[in-house]
Design a protein around this ligand. Structure first.
Ligand code: COA
Length: 210
């Protein structure tokens, strides 16, 4: 059974359509105006590897650059999430509809079901930066979290030097809540993290304004 729901996206009054399969193990697919966010398949490993092995892309990530084996492991884990019941973890391909091409990946994870809290993340192939795709992706993930999972709070983190990512979070209405000092040990060094978050009623108010 397919359940459809239309939600105005934060920017440009665009609409996104969420198509959710209610059957466990089936693929999830979230449509925005230019993108489809869907479960990974085995065939995605090569396009994923093309950005996951790029040192510039993973510069501010806590993983990478990936070996082929690491990318294949990631895809395997992402596909296994489809079996969760209830499902709380989604690592999804970002597919550019105009080119029918996987250009990145994004994540939505329910971190605390009791507190109705989740987090999001995103990464794009370098050729597709600066075109608004991350903003479109992150906006759709917020809609997914608040509308489908009925979350109260969604957060995201980035290294303070990752200005593009911080900007994406701000553009979708997340507020910077703080800077955690030496929060994570990444690539041989302690890294600070910016924490951004948005609450359900803030997201609804933003949606109504548009
Ligand atoms: C972060 C990332 C996903 C952004 O993707 P994107 O599709 O280029 O993002 P968008 O085009 O939607 O928006 C980026 C915004 O940041 C701005 N920006 C880009 N680089 C910037 C910089 N160095 N300083 C300030 N702002 C910057 C852009 O101008 C744009 O804002 P605008 O629309 O107001 O002009 C992409 O750069 C990426 O994949 N980086 C590597 C992986 C990564 O760091 N992921 C996030 C981990 S927390």
């Amino acid at each position: 059974m397919v359940n459809r729901l239309k939600i105005a996206i934060v920017k440009n009054q665009r609409e996104i359509t969420l198509r959710l399969s209610k059957k466990i193990g089936l693929m999830i697919s979230i449509q925005t105006s230019r993108l489809t966010l869907r479960d990974f398949s085995q065939n995605d490993w090569l396009p994923v590897h093309s950005y996951a092995s790029d040192p510039e892309v993973v510069r501010y990530m806590d993983w990478g650059p990936n070996s082929e084996e690491e990318t294949k492991c990631f895809i395997k884990r992402a596909i296994a999430y489809r079996q969760e019941q209830p499902r709380r973890n989604y690592d999804l391909a970002i597919v550019l509809e105009a080119e029918d091409k996987t250009i990145g990946g994004c994540g939505f994870h329910v971190s605390s079901p009791d507190n109705k809290e989740g987090w999001i993340g995103y990464v794009l192939h370098r050729d597709y930066w600066g075109k608004g795709y991350a903003t479109e992706t992150a906006g759709a993930l917020l809609a997914f979290g608040f509308e489908q999972h009925k979350l109260h709070r969604i957060f995201a983190t980035c290294f303070p030097a990752n200005a593009a990512s911080a900007h994406v979070m701000e553009k979708i209405g997340m507020k910077r809540e703080g800077r955690f000092r030496e929060h994570r040990w990444v690539k041989n060094g302690w890294r600070d993290s910016y924490f951004y978050a948005i609450l359900d009623y803030e997201w609804k108010a933003l949606k109504q304004k548009k």
